[in-house]
Design a protein around this ligand. Sequence first.
Ligand SMILES: C[S@@+](CC[C@H](N)C(=O)[O-])C[C@H]1O[C@@H](n2cnc3c(N)ncnc32)[C@H](O)[C@@H]1O
Length: 140
Amino acid sequence: MMPASRLSWSSQAASTAAAALRRFVRGVGATVTAIDRADLDPGVAAMPGVTLRRESAFGLAPEPVDWLFSDIIAYPDRLLALVTAWIAAEAARRIVCTVKFQGATDHDAADAFAAIPGGRLMHLFHNKHELTFVWERPAA
Ligand SMILES: C[S@@+](CC[C@H](N)C(=O)[O-])C[C@H]1O[C@@H](n2cnc3c(N)ncnc32)[C@H](O)[C@@H]1O
């Protein structure tokens, strides 16, 4: 593992998510860039290596990161466009994101996520009306 992994993470860190992130950042010495207009959990914001950029994730140009995490509440097809743009740009090495549904499940978007080579779409124990997408760039 790289000593200072770069990682992009979008969410309002709170409770267990913040605690998990604190353990992760301390454990691997990761550098975290959070993209969110909302504040971070103060305990996370104060950590060395954590930076908040108050921007929309949808306005970002893809940039090299080891991990791209997203828990954004967004229409699945919009998140699909973001994820496929980062993959096409070869910017992220690994992606973990939640695909959230409002009302009816968007099966077309779910199928499109599931069809991304190198990806996997799962309903995890804590997922409610959402799925978790994980992807790793194939070895060169
Ligand atoms: C479901 S919450 C994340 C909760 C977090 N995982 C936790 O455990 O506390 C969604 C987050 O996405 C952020 N968000 C919504 N739209 C966004 C956008 N376009 N760009 C970046 N962040 C966004 C919200 O401000 C919020 O912090």
